[in-house]
Design a protein around this ligand. Structure first.
Ligand code: TXA
Ligand code: MG
Length: 351
């Protein structure tokens, strides 16, 4: 299949520019599109054949449900039932924005979209191109992140192209994602909301609007036997090709440890990549040293994380060491992604 490319300037475009993209979705095709979190791989969320195509293009197991993206709050009542007051309050407070809510699905939503579940994930992205595209597509765009299963999520159209060229009908290039990590997912089907995936919108922000909120225990305790409630969280996502280890502890010890390991690995012929910060990167020499940003600038760290992992893949890096990023708000989301990318390989120097 030949993939069309459509470049859109987010600051100056009109409805007409997204007409063809919308028609592709209405006809059952697939279009990758920008959002503020990561790029999505969109199909018609109410068409089961489209959802099947999405799984095929991604190489993803079909028990892993998709998020339906909407552009108008009232559309949520067509695809869900029994929306609670709390869910409505969260929608009003955070949409458009990086929050996905799990709600009871209406009959119109095919089980192919929800991976066989009787709940559905819904989000209204905060990106003008995405919103216009969703409207043009008929209002309900099912989309996972637009990466091949197991690869880091794409934060630019170039990343999407690496994974999806020739597999889908169109890629809309709308520039880099501003947040760079996937949305916070919160399960609203019970009285107390449950965070299934941490993201830019933190537990504190949610609590301020709806009171008590809890975490799915499976995302906090990585050795838990309980399966995570978001089926996708059980997979080892975001895996770089190189063997990644996270090194925790006091700054000087971490630098010293990574330097020694790097030297040993290089002498064994490994290609070593290091994820360091503005404050530390000059201490290292390796095949590739990435300065991911200042330690206290979590927005920059989040935005760059997936691009850095992809660059290591491209450069054939076989061993990766990363410092840890325990920042106050997004820190949990950043570390959640990084720990999964590392397959839970953490070296703790503080004890
Ligand atoms: O920021 C985002 O959320 C991006 C952009 C494109 O919107 N999308 C995204 O989709 O990250 P994806 O498919 O890569 O991740 C969706 C996650 C998966 O972990 C899936 O298991 C979970 O949402 N999920 C979807 N529907 C669910 C449901 N009904 N119940 C529980 N978890 C659900
Ligand atoms: Mg994904």
């Amino acid at each position: 299949m030949e993939t069309k490319f459509l470049k859109i300037d987010i600051n100056s475009f009109n409805t007409e520019d997204l007409k063809e993209a919308g028609e592709i979705i209405r006809a059952g095709g697939l279009v990758a599109f920008p959002t503020e979190t990561v790029y999505g791989l969109g199909g018609d969320g109410l068409n089961k054949e489209s959802s099947k195509k999405i799984y095929e293009a991604k190489g993803r197991p079909s028990d892993n449900p998709l998020i339906i993206h909407i552009a108008d709050l009232k559309d949520i009542f067509r695809i869900t039932t029994g929306m609670s007051d709390k869910a409505l309050m969260l929608a009003e407070s955070f949409w458009p924005g990086p929050l996905t809510m799990i709600l009871k699905k209406a009959a119109i939503v095919p089980f192919e979209t929800t991976g066989g579940l009787d709940t559905v994930a819904v989000r209204m992205p905060d990106n003008k191109i995405a919103l216009e595209f969703i409207k043009s597509a008929g209002g309900y765009v099912a989309a996972p992140s637009a990466n091949l299963s197991g690869r880091p999520s794409p934060t630019t159209a170039e990343h999407v192209c690496e994974d999806m060229n020739g597999r889908i009908d169109m890629i809309i290039d709308g520039g880099s994602s501003t947040i760079g990590l996937e949305s916070t997912i919160v399960d609203m089907t019970e009285d107390v909301p449950i965070i299934l995936r941490p993201g830019y919108i933190t537990m504190n922000s949610l609590s301020r609007v709806v009171g008590d909120v809890v975490y799915d225990p499976a995302i906090l305790d990585l050795s838990s036997d309980e399966p995570p409630r978001a089926p996708g969280m059980k997979y080892r996502h975001y895996a770089p090709k190189g063997d990644l280890a996270i090194v925790k502890g006091e700054k000087d010890k971490v630098i010293d440890y990574i330097r020694r390991q790097t030297e040993a690995a290089l002498s064994e012929g490994e290609r070593v990549g290091i994820i360091a910060t503005e404050e530390t990167y000059l201490n290292y020499s390796a095949t590739e040293v990435q300065n991911i940003g200042p330690r206290d600038d979590e927005a920059t760290i989040a935005r760059r994380l997936y691009a850095v992992l992809r660059e290591f893949d491209e450069d054939g890096i076989t061993r990766i060491y990363s410092e840890d990023f325990d920042t106050p708000n997004m820190g949990q989301a950043i570390m959640n992604r990084l720990i999964k990318a590392a397959g839970h390989h953490i070296i703790n120097l503080s004890n």
